[in-house]
Design a protein around this ligand. Structure first.
Ligand code: ZN
Length: 305
C-alpha cells in the first residue's frame, strides 16, 4: 500500500496487518483507538468503481449504496465494520453512526444508540446529523467519507470523544465548533484539553469549486479568512479552452484547522491530514475521482490510556 503524502510530517501510522488502514499518530500516543479505512479488504482486494456483487474482489464495504437493497447489503457491510472495530479492541455492538446529510448538526450519543441498528429504524436525534459526541466509556463512533475529511476530537481529561463528517457544507457551517460546543456544554470539556485531528480527505489541488462557494465563505467567514483557504488555479472548459482567471480551489484541511483554533483548541493538539483521497484514488474511494458511492470509515473509541 503505497500512499503518497503531501509532506514529510508523521501524521498517520499505516497498518498493513489484517485490513489495511491508517490511524492518527497523535491519538495513538494518547491511547485513543482510532482508524481510517481504505479500499482494501483483508484479502488485499480493492473495491471496484461501481460495486458489482458478481466481481470477485469486492474490496472493503463499509456503507450500503443507493442502488442496493438495504436488507440484502447490510450483513456484509456490518461484518466489514465489525472486523474494522476489532482492530480497535471494539465491536459493532458498541458502534454509533448517523445518516450524514451534509449538515452541521451534531448529536449526543445515548446508550441505546450503540449497536448495529442501521439500516433499521433510527432514533430521531440521529437523523439529519453529521457528527456525534459521547462520554460513554468504550462507545465507538463512526463516520463515513470519500473525499470529505473526518474530524476526530478527544478529551483525555473528561474522557469524551467526538467525530464529525466535514465536507464543504459542514466545514462552512463550522461543524467541529458545534461538536466542541456540545462537549463543553454536556461533558464539561475545556477546549484547551481537546486533541483534534483532521483526517484524510480531498486536498486543495484536487478540489475545484464554483465561485459561489467562495462568495458564501467570504460572506460568512469574511474575505480575509476566505482568502486563506481558497486559491485560484488555472482551469479549462470541457472544450479545452482556458477559463479566464481560472477557478477557486478550497483547502478543507486548513478551513477546519482555522475553526479548531477559533474554538480554543491548542495548535500543538491539532494534527492536520497530509493524505488526499483523490491523489491516492487507488487506495481510497474518492467521489471526485470515481463518482463512486463507496466510502471509507473513520472510527474512534472513547477509551484513554
Ligand atoms: Zn489531491
Amino acid at each position: 500500500m503505497k500512499i503518497s503524502f503531501s509532506d514529510n510530517r508523521k501524521i498517520f501510522n499505516v497498518h498493513t496487518d489484517g485490513i489495511p488502514r491508517l490511524s492518527v499518530a497523535m491519538l495513538d500516543e494518547l491511547g485513543v483507538p482510532n482508524l481510517y479505512s481504505t479500499r482494501f479488504d483483508s484479502s488485499g482486494a480493492t473495491g471496484t468503481e461501481k460495486h458489482d456483487p458478481a466481481d470477485g474482489g469486492r474490496g472493503l464495504r463499509v456503507v450500503i449504496m443507493k442502488d442496493e437493497d438495504p436488507e440484502e447489503a447490510a450483513p456484509a457491510v456490518l461484518e466489514d465494520r465489525d472486523r474494522l472495530a476489532h482492530f480497535l479492541g471494539s465491536s459493532i455492538e458498541h458502534e454509533c453512526i448517523t445518516d450524514q446529510k451534509h449538515t452541521a448538526n451534531v448529536a449526543v450519543v445515548h446508550p441505546e444508540d450503540l449497536g448495529p441498528v442501521w439500516p433499521l429504524e433510527k432514533p430521531d436525534h440521529l437523523r439529519n446529523v453529521d457528527g456525534i459526541v459521547t462520554d460513554i466509556p468504550e462507545a465507538l463512533l463512526t463516520v463515513f467519507g470519500a473525499d470529505c475529511p473526518p474530524v476526530y476530537l478527544a478529551d483525555p481529561v473528561r474522557h469524551a470523544v467526538g467525530l464529525v463528517h466535514a465536507g464543504w457544507r459542514g466545514t462552512f457551517e463550522r461543524i467541529p465548533a458545534v461538536a466542541i460546543g456540545l462537549m463543553k456544554e454536556r461533558f464539561g470539556c475545556d477546549p484547551k484539553d481537546i486533541y483534534a485531528a483532521v483526517g484524510p480527505g480531498i486536498c486543495r489541488d484536487c478540489y475545484e469549486m464554483g465561485d459561489e462557494v467562495y462568495e458564501a465563505f467570504a460572506g460568512k467567514w469574511g474575505t480575509k479568512d476566505a482568502d486563506r483557504i481558497f486559491e485560484r488555479y488555472p482551469a479549462f472548459a470541457p472544450d479545452g479552452s482556458e477559463i479566464p482567471g481560472g477557478k477557486y480551489h478550497l483547502d478543507l484541511f486548513e478551513a477546519n484547522h482555522m475553526t479548531l483554533i477559533r474554538e480554543g483548541v491548542s495548535e500543538d493538539h491539532i494534527a492536520l491530514s497530509n493524505v488526499c483521497t483523490r491523489c491516492n484514488a487507488d487506495i481510497f474511494y474518492s467521489y471526485r475521482a470515481h463518482r463512486m458511492e463507496n466510502e471509507q470509515a473513520a472510527m474512534i473509541v472513547n477509551r484513554f490510556l
